[in-house]
Structures are given as C-alpha cells and as structure tokens.
Design a protein around this ligand. Structure first.
Ligand code: ZN
Length: 332
C-alpha cells in the first residue's frame, strides 16, 4: 500500500457512552495522526509505503450482533463504503495501491469469533491463543476491494494470562495491536500475497510480536506525544546484519517502477494536508449518520488558526458557500 487513508471505526456502544472508552477513542485518533509522522514510516518505506494519515473516525454504535465474525465485520465496512463514509479504492498504479482502510475497534460489548476464513477458525481475546487483532480484505461486497483491520478491546479480561500485555494500559495495548495490523495491512494487504516469510505464515509484524517500543510525534508548540507500538521487521536491517526488529530504519524507499520519482516532491504536500486532518467524526444515531455540530465548529475554527471567523473577515461563511459550490463542480 502506497497511501493509507485510515478510518478508525468504533463498534460497540461504550465508545460513545462510557467516558473511559470515549477518552481511549480520542487517544486512538491522535495516535493514528502521529504514527506516520514518527519514525515508524521509515521502516515501511522499503515495502513501497509512501504516506498515511487518519482521515476521519466513525462511531457505529451497537454491533449488529453480540458476536461478530469476519463476514459481519466486512459487511459493516462495506456499508460504510456504500454510504460514502469511507471512499472506494482508486488504484494508483501497477504495483502500489491507495487503501481507504477501516481499522475496526471493538469495545468489550462485542465479541469476535470466526470459522469462515481460509487461515482457520479463531476468536479474539480467548486463551490460550490470545489473538488480539487481524487484517483482511474482501473482493465480493463492492466493485473494488475492501481492506480493513480489526482490533480487540484489550481489556484486562481480554489479555488475561499475558504477562507482556497485562502491565500496560488499555490504550498502550490497543496502539501496539494497531501498529501491528497497520504495518501488515500496508505490506501485505491481501494476505499472503505481499511481504511474508516462512511460506507465508508470518508477516512483518508477526516476526517481532511481543517486542514493544515507543515512538514520539513532536508539534511546533513543543508538545511531544509518546506512544507504545511494537517493533516491525526490517528486511534492510536484517540484510545489513543489524537487529531486524525496529521502529526506525535507514532503509532506502522502494518506489513502484511505473513512477519512480513522483514521491519526493509530493511528500511535503502530503505532510501539509495532514495538518487539516482528521475531518470531524461521523456518528450513527437512530440509523442516521451525523456529525456533531460542536466538533464540526471546532474543526472550522482550527482551519482558521483558532481565530473567530468574524475577526478575520465578515464574509467567511459566504466564501465557504462559494468554495463548496466550486468543489462540488470540480470532478477532476
Ligand atoms: Zn500479524
């Protein structure tokens, strides 16, 4: 995956109704903003990755059933694509793709158990296997493939008996699993046709599972966010005889052969675009998808550097209407 447009999709009522979960959901969104501006991206460039960012969160509310399986997850994701909340794919080249990928987060009101997948039956949060997430794809529900990851609630009950996970906070456990699934979704979006080893039994995060590290993201105002992730396998470092499980790498970027030099000038552009993200989250309420007016208002304020629009110019709402009309007509 060359460009990852990440859409955290929160399934389960607690993400909206429980203050602790609401805070974790906010942290996850911030983490997805910070992940790709950290050194983590340097490890993935050798696998053809260029840039990623969170675009917008979606809060789905109650799950359609108390226990979901993979077809259930795929249907939720497909419905979000059908409703235009997550855009369908536009293939950007022969070797690289753009993925508008849902990262589905389950709270502890939702269980997961599946026996439909070609990799064999499994459940999330069930000892002794202790699987915490997976990533997969679907080519039948939409005209273009869907790519998605799934992350378990990572409560104490979910990680019971796991001495590596138990000492960590719920948010730390979730960011670790997220880093694992995103690294693999990028390098092996249709398992196991991309980067994997041992006859496709292990992907680049599996090899380094259980080895955790921290990444940081710095802001111009001096804020530094620190997040716990897991190490990712770097083929380049391995071939150099260095420690292969890393969260930073000097690996040269690998570019799709059909457009080798397109990337560099676009990097600054992509980074600038990230400053306006994420877009205001969507919520499913009484069957309708809505944005919360206070969140949308805050987003508009942020676009104007936190100033009241009337302080900048009295006519900004009218200007925004004209811009909306022009963007709607812009079909290029
Ligand atoms: Zn994995």
């Amino acid at each position: 995956v060359e460009c990852l447009y990440a859409y955290p999709v929160f399934v389960g009522t607690k993400w909206q109704d429980n203050a602790e979960y609401a805070q974790i959901a906010a942290d996850i969104q911030l983490f997805l903003s910070d992940l790709f501006s950290s050194t983590f991206r340097n490890v993935l460039e050798q696998y053809g990755f260029f840039w990623g960012n969170i675009i917008a969160a979606h809060f789905e509310g109650a799950a359609p059933a108390p226990t979901l399986n993979d077809p259930g997850i795929a249907q939720i994701v497909a419905d979000l694509h059908a409703a235009g909340i997550i855009p369908d794919e536009t293939t950007v080249g022969k070797e690289g793709i753009a993925a508008h990928a849902a990262i589905v987060y389950l709270d502890d009101t939702v269980a997961f158990s599946d026996d439909t997948m070609s990799t064999g039956p499994f459940s999330l949060c069930v000892a002794p296997d202790l699987v915490y997430g997976y990533h997969w794809f679907n080519t039948t529900l939409r005209s273009t493939p869907l790519y998605y990851g799934v992350v378990a609630p990572m409560t104490d009950a979910c990680v019971a008996g796991d001495s590596n996970m138990l000492p960590l906070t719920q948010t730390q456990r979730i960011t670790i699993v997220t880093s694992h699934e995103i690294a693999e979704l990028i390098s092996d979006p249709q398992p196991f046709t991309g980067w994997s080893v041992s006859n496709g039994e292990e992907e680049i995060a599996d090899i380094c599972e259980g080895q955790d590290a921290t990444i940081t993201a710095s802001y111009p105002d001096g804020t530094v966010n620190t997040w716990t992730v897991q190490d990712i396998f770097s083929l380049y470092d391995f071939q150099q005889g260095k420690v292969p499980c890393v969260i930073d790498s000097g690996a040269p970027a690998w570019y799709p052969s059909d457009r080798p030099h397109l990337h560099r000038p676009r990097l600054a552009q992509a980074q600038r675009a990230g400053l306006a993200l994420p877009l205001p989250a969507t919520h499913r309420i009484d069957g309708k998808v809505v944005r919360k007016s206070n969140v949308t208002h805050r987003f508009a304020r942020n676009l104007m550097a936190g100033l009241r629009h009337a302080e900048i110019h009295g006519d900004i709402p009218q200007l925004l209407r004209e811009m909306a009309d022009l963007l709607e007509r812009d079909t290029r």
